[in-house]
Design a protein around this ligand. Sequence first.
Ligand SMILES: [Zn+2]
Length: 275
Amino acid sequence: MRQRIDRDPAPLPGAFDAHTHTWSTPEFDADYDAVMARAWAAGLGGVVEVGVDTASSEQCRALAARDARVHAAVGLHPEHAGRLAEERDGIARAAQAGAIAIGEIGLDFSRPGPSAEQQAAAFRWQLDLARQHRLPVVVHARDADDACFAILDEWSRHVGPYLGVGREVGMMHCYAGDATLAAHYVAIGFLISVPGTVTFPNNLRGQEVARAVPLARMLIETDSPYLTPAPHRGRRNEPAYVVETARFVAGLRGCSPEEVVRTTAENAARLFDLG
Ligand SMILES: [Zn+2]
């Protein structure tokens, strides 16, 4: 039987959840404030709320306006790429009004949805938007490794280090590729974000990635309410659980959880230009 632990995670001060959808309804409608109180009690220093269309991007911006530890990314998710014509103005307005990144954007060929052409069009338009506003990008790639890398490789050559030398231009959210591809993404200026699924015993590829990527190029994230890490697996995911991912990654790498937390939070601050 799957073990369930219903107590709150032991705190790890300074942890940063680089990707969450705590704005999401109905999952967090009833207890958003309690969820975030648990996050701060777990030691989190900040979270990035990530939109998937105009309405959710505006929800992210509203949450960010309420608390300086909450940051908003705005964008059109590839599963909504078919609505680019209707969403374009809203996403552009949200980016103009204030966000720390454009996302989540990318390609998802894992299920029926918008065509590859529609997804690529929405992706490329938002890559341009990021460059225009001098913001990094938050990239979702599922069952689309080759196509996604091809677009980002070409884009990164075209735009160069447009956020400044020594600053990355984006993050691969919930990275699910192999360690070789991760090294290619690092080489073109991307951080690799490790989700809670790294804690699943059969996720050997994710664990190999978490060992191989330099800590200085890594982020950790929950992708709440999805992908809940052990030992909370089976429950709704929430930002506090990012500390479990930090502990697991530390175990894989043979370093302290504090080092994982400190370095990944520094990486997030650099990527998103957080004071
Ligand atoms: Zn997400």
